[in-house]
Design a protein around this ligand. Structure first.
Ligand SMILES: Nc1nc2c(ncn2[C@@H]2O[C@H](COP(=O)(O)OP(=O)(O)O)[C@@H](O)[C@H]2O)c(=O)[nH]1
Ligand SMILES: [Mg+2]
Length: 239
């Protein structure tokens, strides 16, 4: 039996109860429509169909927070969600437009590039990026383009990065290991002493990696409270 005290200390549960507080704040089609924000902002990005909406809904344990299976290429909006206590929000999630649909017109592609590049390179409040990648496809050219836009800020540690290899339930063990290794190799190019990079398999279906991902995000926003190494494992009282 788990005691209430132990449950309260379970870092995954604590992180998931925090992500569960996410509620819709506002939507924007242009960057200059986004409200100025002093809170740490975590952006969710990925190709259309990568499983981004499903992952956000799973992470927040809400059915329709981010709408799954939107019309391809039609969702050019940035949706903001706020988290934490209602009267004292402590972070924002930003759901950014999906990309990579061949059918999208050239003008729309160029507009997407401009919006994403500017947001990733210049949004002051941006403190973390969650890149969702279909584990069977791996990092595509557009994913790597996107990483290049934010690479400088990742290198200095100003912006943290979590890459989730989605739909991991569709891979066997060997293919999952391969997907991890291939992605890790690309991410190695971003590694510096100050960079905060995480990579994980994720499945909204099997729930693999959901608690871990929530913990990473919670840790970005609440660094001291959620870092296990900050507590004394021996449980001994300080001298
Ligand atoms: N097997 C499996 N399918 C998933 C998973 N997550 C999403 N999908 C499916 O992938 C498709 C695209 O998901 P969606 O969340 O709309 O992708 P988005 O375009 O990136 O927002 C849908 O048919 C989902 O049901 C998962 O963890 N496992
Ligand atoms: Mg979507």
């Amino acid at each position: 039996m788990t005691s209430p005290a132990l449950a309260a200390q379970d870092p995954a549960k604590k992180a998931l109860s925090w992500t569960h507080t996410a509620r819709f704040l506002t939507t924007a089609t242009r960057l200059d429509q986004l409200p100025p924000n002093e809170l740490p902002e975590i952006a969710f990005v990925g190709r259309s169909n990568a499983g981004k909406s499903t992952a956000i809904n799973r992470l927040t344990q809400q059915k329709r927070l981010a709408f799954a299976s939107n019309t391809p290429g039609r969702t050019q909006h940035i949706n903001l969600f706020s988290l934490g206590p209602k009267d004292e929000p402590d972070a924002l999630f930003a759901d950014l437009p999906g990309y990579g649909y061949a059918a999208v017109a050239r003008a729309a592609k160029l507009r997407w590039q401009q919006v994403m590049a500017e947001y990733l390179a210049e949004r002051r409040s941006l403190s973390g990026v969650v890149l969702m990648v279909d584990s069977r496809l791996g990092l595509t050219e557009l994913d790597q383009q996107l990483l290049a836009w934010v690479a400088q800020r990742v290198g200095t540690g100003e912006v943290r990065l979590l890459v989730l290899l989605t739909k991991a339930d569709k891979l066997n063990r060997r293919d999952a290991d391969r997907a991890l290794a291939a992605t890790q190799e690309v991410l190695g190019q971003l590694a510096t002493d100050d960079a905060d990079l995480s990579l994980s398999l994720f499945s909204a279906l099997s729930r693999r990696g959901v608690g871990d991902a929530a913990q990473v995000l919670h840790g970005w926003v609440h660094p001291v409270a959620s870092k296990p190494e900050s507590s004394d494992p021996s449980g001994a009282a300080p001298p």
